[in-house]
Design a protein around this ligand. Structure first.
Ligand SMILES: [Zn+2]
Ligand SMILES: [Zn+2]
Ligand SMILES: [Zn+2]
Length: 138
């Protein structure tokens, strides 16, 4: 885990700090989309809100994590696949929210169906959320 964290930070040109290491470890541990307050709870008071906010922002900017929009409008974050970088996030996968365990996961292998937009419209980001029951809860 430790070496994975180090190489992920290095590959995304992020300097290693204890805060970044701890937050990234939480993401790798959970393997589901997590919110700012989930991270705050996991850190157990070790870092203040602002530090956690800045850490998430730097991860977002460098293509390490992406936003996952929830059906209740809460923002969660999940680890990006290898193809994301500082220049560009490249996501085309669906998010699934389980209404039983409340966990939101990236379905990395399930692509958002392609849509044809009216002329003059341009996509910046797509969000596709499916709610239901996950395999664990079924
Ligand atoms: Zn990404
Ligand atoms: Zn579930
Ligand atoms: Zn995702």
């Amino acid at each position: 885990m430790e070496s994975q964290v180090k190489s992920l930070l290095k590959n995304h040109s992020l300097r290693l700090t204890q805060g970044r290491k701890d937050v990234l470890t939480t993401f790798l541990d959970r393997n589901v989309a997590i919110s700012h307050s989930d991270i705050e709870t996991a850190m157990d008071g070790k870092y203040d809100r602002v530090t956690i906010y800045r850490t998430l922002k730097s991860f977002l900017d460098k293509g390490l994590i992406h936003k996952v929009l929830d059906d209740v409008g809460a923002t969660r974050y999940a680890i990006c696949s290898d193809s994301c970088s500082e220049a560009k996030h490249q996501h085309n996968h669906i998010h699934f929210k389980c209404q039983t365990c409340n966990e939101t996961t990236c379905l990395d292998d399930v692509n958002i169906p392609s849509v044809t937009l009216p002329e003059g419209f341009q996509v910046t980001e797509s969000n596709f959320l499916i709610t239901g029951t996950c395999a664990k809860c079924a």
